[in-house]
Write a new protein. Structure first.
Ligand code: GDP
Length: 212
């Protein structure tokens, strides 16, 4: 690791070791907070490990709720990192419920699309992909929306501990190939595990570097 990378990782570790607090839940755009800090959004299919990853990122056990009731989580949840906030984490509602009613899917699309298209403060999105499965059909909606809205994003593999390192390398390389074909995607893939802590320091550094 270069000295610059080590410094970036240490700066990010310090930031996330400081105060992190829940700010608000926005069920629609009129409830968004004033954009006083840069925002980094987290998206992913339900059960991908998003809550676990957010909790690992901030080193707390119960910041993001691990509730997965279809239709209940159609909100953007904002968390302040630092006091006053240096940045905000935005937990976007999970997608891809097998039994989600059509109007819930529609509501998800409106909320997410409005936010992605209209938010200057949004600096980057992180799209979580289960390392066991790679990018699936269910993920293409959000990737297309991010590309169309020209929001820069990065793909993050979750649950890396669940597969062998050789399989992980293969999925990461396949995912990187897919990312290279998408205009707003960062070409490098992060592999993480909330259980073992793999990739969490790098993820923190990636979040901090995204705000410039
Ligand atoms: P969310 O619906 O995307 O917020 O997903 P959760 O964070 O609630 O995680 C879904 C399930 O996957 C839970 O049973 C977690 O314990 C499990 N999980 C999440 N992250 C990891 C991980 O890194 N490794 C393993 N082995 N399991 C994980």
């Amino acid at each position: 690791m270069s000295e610059g990378q080590e410094e970036a990782i240490e700066a990010a570790r310090k930031l996330f070791a400081g105060p992190v607090s829940f700010l608000l839940s926005a069920p629609s755009l009129k409830f968004l907070p004033d954009a006083i800090a840069p925002e980094i959004a987290f998206a992913g299919r339900s059960n991908v490990g998003k809550s676990s990853l957010l909790n690992a990122l901030v080193g707390r056990n119960a910041l993001a709720r691990t509730s997965n009731t279809p239709g209940r989580t159609q909100e953007l949840n904002f968390f302040d990192v630092g006091t006053p906030p240096v940045l905000r984490l935005v937990d976007m509602p999970g997608y891809g419920f097998a039994k989600a009613p059509k109007d819930v899917v529609k509501q998800w699309r409106f909320l997410v699309n409005d936010y992605l298209r209209g938010r200057q403060a949004l600096k980057r999105a992180l799209v979580l992909i289960d390392a066991r499965h790679g990018i699936k059909e269910v993920d293409t909606d959000i990737l297309d929306m991010l590309d169309a809205a020209a929001v820069s994003y990065r793909l993050v593999l979750t649950k890396a501990d669940k597969i062998k390192p050789t399989e992980l390398a293969e999925v990461a390389s396949r995912t990187a190939d897919a990312a290279r074909k998408r205009p707003a995607a960062h070409p490098e893939i992060l592999s993480t595990s909330s259980d073992t802590g793999q990739g969490i320091a790098e993820l923190r550094a990636a979040v901090l570097s995204a705000i410039g």
